[in-house]
Design a protein around this ligand. Structure first.
Ligand SMILES: [Zn+2]
Ligand SMILES: [Zn+2]
Ligand SMILES: [Zn+2]
Length: 820
């Protein structure tokens, strides 16, 4: 042990000197006043969950930062001016903070527009902007090439006003609103008052039991059709084409009733059975026109909710499908009325990652942990559990869907409906749509980061529908590509750390990762929300294991099906397939946004095997492009008629990277959004596949890449192949076929000869070179060993081992043991 001198020890100075210096200066003669900087948060998480608060915490901090004195502060609470605001992207949305003297960005913003917003929109009003680059490829790129982030014009945001489908949804909203006003001008005291109940329940609406009902609505529409049409005509956008406009106005009534009937499963009188309402609801499961749609309509009982879920109304105007993360205010809450200190919200697909059980959420300098499923309305949590489904996911190809709990028992394992693998689909788990999350009331808030618990992210959006049949409306793009336009639900789930799901107490809502080391949920435990002193414990006994959390949302989808032939094979679950299809998906999404002149990210793409026999064999794959806006924005539905153009553009994108990169880079396919998948993006593989899809020809794989791979493999075999003679570029004569150059030629001590052929990533069934094909038929002269380029790139040691095992033959280890 040695004493260290705090004034000179370099390690101590580097780690603690900064904090020690002001204290030393204050004690010196003459003393120097320490400079205090007060920092506070400015994030959307600091919202005002309770109406009685005048300002949200974020607004308060905003005022204090501008040195505005809060004179209405309760006595005893002193608010000091704030010097530094630590803020999230809330800064982007147009908050004017007056004079900023500096901005420090903790990471690289996604794009130039974000950078300019964050750096300040007031031109030269800011003195300094410092941006940090973290260690990921996005940040690294802009760190070395800051020009792309700092300079240049920004793409103007654009409102799509000529979209017929979106206007149609707005017309329905307008008509329903007017109908509601006409029939129920006053609020009824006895009814539920939450927003989603205003239109009543689906069954009331169907049966005619409610004041608002389907037949009455139809009659009201007929009665007022002329007036309503004039009013609609006066506000729908002028950007609509004259044909679309006429169509929407002339068919207004039928469109509107058709949309409602489809969502509520209403069968007009005369067509329905004798039992009225029940009958019509039962009919719906058989009469849904969409293919393979397994929406959970029957569990959604209020009309407004149902219409939103089915995508009949514009979604963005409603706070639907959002989940809050609740933090109880222990001091102000009572067992009868929980009061929140904070309750930040997110769209459910994002909340499934950000507020996932076990996740740490930082708000106002304190650390909270998600540990409960919670909703202020008690019913909601029970209803969510009652409406649970079973979730099955294929461990090989990743295909997933949910099923009715009546149909599949928990733990069941099935054959995968997508890749047809035996026993890979499952085990079936409970799947629930969480109404909200909470930091358990009994847990203390913390201020320092703990060891970070195992994290889990929501899956990418998955398409669960069957592949449409031949005659269901595919449009050909060319001989190998076809496209299908559809409005469907996409499934997003969080299967927990290590895909083990969550342990969930159905009684009180407490939840934790199934991988958590010591679970207390099966026995008695604390309830996560405020309760009376005598009722603070949950007796347990309601535990379910391996729960999956998820949601689904309807959107516009363009489904492309692509057929390949031998030697190309897109075997589901293969690394090569993932590289090829992930790359192609990203290229198509990027090309589509360019083609439609929309912002990157408004459309995304994902792939899966076609749910057909050729799909399982790797001869047919599907890529679906979808609108990321829940409810759909009408972008994806414009793609089918521009299919050929889209594929050409994607091909150009991959073939002509300005950087001429080896796999992928920021100038071609990488972006902030796909940073988890940068390693899978390989433009040469994507281009090889797409070239084939567009032209029908399989061209030789990128020469530079092949030569590099051959060199790597050759050298590695030479290093590891004791007693083998390894030569390169040996000219071989194949009798009756001709000559070919063997890039890696190996001869064994006993005279046996081998040729190692490095094939392009997608060629697997047979060699593309016909001479090699003939040589393969004469193993007595020469044995051909095929190695895939991606195998060498992905794991050189494995590839070398693979070759050596084949060269040494099955008897090799035996002969070693016997000492010969
Ligand atoms: Zn599968
Ligand atoms: Zn419990
Ligand atoms: Zn590139």
């Amino acid at each position: 042990m040695t004493a260290l001198d705090p004034d000179s020890d370099p390690v101590f100075l580097a780690r603690k000197g900064y904090y020690r210096k002001p204290a030393v200066a204050a004690l010196a003669t003459p003393p120097k006043q320490p400079m205090a900087l007060i920092a506070a948060e400015h994030t959307a998480q600091l919202n005002a969950p309770q109406n009685e608060d005048t300002f949200s915490k974020a607004e308060e901090n905003e005022l204090l930062f501008q040195d505005v004195e809060l004179v209405w502060e309760p006595r005893g609470r002193r608010a000091t001016a704030i010097d530094v605001l630590s803020s999230t992207t809330t800064m982007e949305v147009g908050i004017d903070l007056g004079a900023l003297s500096g901005v420090a960005l903790r990471n690289m913003p996604p794009a130039r527009a974000n950078y300019q917003q964050r750096a300040g929109r007031r031109g030269n009003a800011i003195a300094t902007v410092v941006a940090f680059g973290s260690a990921d490829s996005h940040d690294e790129h802009y760190f070395s090439e800051p020009d792309g982030m700092i300079r240049g014009a920004v793409v103007d945001p654009k409102l799509t006003l000529d979209n017929k489908d979106i206007v149609r949804r707005h017309i329905l909203a307008f008509l329903l609103q007017n109908y509601h006003q006409a029939r129920l001008p006053n609020i009824e005291e006895t009814k539920r008052h939450d927003l989603f109940s205003v239109l009543g329940t689906v069954s009331e609406f169907c049966s005619g039991a409610g004041i608002l009902n389907r037949d009455n609505f139809a009659a009201w529409l007929t009665e007022n059709e002329e007036v309503l049409r004039d009013r609609v005509d006066s506000w729908i956008p002028n950007e609509l084409s004259p044909e679309d406009r006429d169509d929407l106005l002339i068919n207004m009534r039928e469109d509107c009733l058709g949309a409602i009937d489809n969502a509520i499963g209403f069968v007009p009188k005369g067509e329905q059975g004798s039992n009225g309402e029940n009958e019509s609801i039962k009919d719906e499961s058989e009469g849904i026109p969409e293919i393979g749609d397994e929406r959970q309509k029957l569990n959604i009982s209020t009309l407004l909710d149902r219409l939103l879920y089915c995508g009949k109304l514009p979604r963005y105007a409603f706070p639907t499908d959002v989940a809050a993360f609740h933090i109880f205010d222990r001091d102000r809450s009572t067992p009868f009325r929980p009061i929140m200190r904070f309750a930040p919200q997110q769209g459910l697909p994002i909340a499934l990652s950000q507020y996932a059980p076990g996740k740490q959420v930082w708000i106002a300098g304190k650390r909270y942990t998600s540990g409960a499923i919670y909703s202020v309305m008690k019913d909601e949590r029970f209803n969510a559990w009652e409406a649970r489904r079973r979730y099955l996911e294929c461990e090989k190809c990743g295909f997933a869907r949910t099923e009715d709990i009546e149909k599949i028992a928990q733990g069941d394992i099935q054959n995968c409906p997508a890749c047809l693998s035996q026993g890979t689909f499952g085990p079936a788990r409970n799947w629930m749509r969480p109404p909200g999350f909470a930091h358990p009331e009994d847990l203390d808030e913390l201020t320092s980061p703990d060891e970070i618990p195992e994290t889990s992210y929501a899956t990418r959006a998955k398409l669960t529908m069957e592949s449409p049949l031949e005659n269901q409306g595919w449009l050909p793009v060319n001989d190998r590509i076809r496209v299908f336009s559809v409005r469907q639900h996409l499934l997003v789930s969080n299967t927990g750390p290590r895909n083990e799901g969550y342990s969930y107490c159905t009684k009180c809502g407490r939840i934790e990762a199934a991988t958590a080391p010591k679970s207390t949920l099966s026995g008695s435990h604390r309830k996560p929300f405020p309760a009376r002193d005598t009722e603070k414990n949950c007796e347990g006994g309601g535990l379910t294991r391996h729960l999956v959390l998820g949601t689904d949302f309807i959107t516009d989808i363009a489904l492309f099906s692509m057929r390949v032939e031998s030697p190309i094979r897109l075997t589901p679950g293969d690394y090569r397939t993932d590289v090829a299809l992930r790359t192609l998906s990203e290229a198509l999404a990027k090309a589509a946004c360019k083609l439609l002149e929309i912002e990157p990210g408004e459309l995304m793409a994902e792939y899966r095997p076609a749910l057909t026999q050729p799909g399982a064999e790797g001869l047919e794959a599907e890529i679906f492009l979808y609108d990321t806006l829940p409810g759909g924005a009408g972008f994806a539905s414009q793609l089918p008629e521009r299919g050929a153009e889209l594929f050409q553009l994607a091909l150009a994108l991959m073939k002509t990277c300005p950087e001429d990169c080896d796999t992928s880079c920021y100038r071609c396919l990488r972006s902030f959004k796909n940073k988890f998948e940068h390693a899978l993006l390989d433009r040469h593989v994507g281009a090889e596949l797409l070239e084939y899809l567009v032209t029908g020809d399989l061209l030789p794989f990128d020469d530079r890449r092949l030569r590099n791979a051959i060199k790597l493999l050759h050298d590695d075999i030479e290093r590891n192949g004791d007693n083998l003679v390894v030569e390169d570029n040996v000219s071989m004569d194949v009798p009756g076929a001709g000559k070919f150059t063997d890039p890696i030629y190996i001869s064994r001590a006993d005279g046996a000869k081998f040729a190692v052929i490095v094939s392009g990533p997608l060629e697997i069934d047979y060699p593309v070179d016909p001479i090699v094909d003939v040589a393969q038929g004469n193993p007595d002269i020469l044995k051909i060993i095929h190695i895939n380029e991606l195998a060498i790139r992905g794991n050189l040691a494995d590839a070398t081992n693979d070759v050596l095992t084949k060269v040494r033959g099955p008897n090799f280890s035996h002969s070693l043991r016997s000492g010969t």
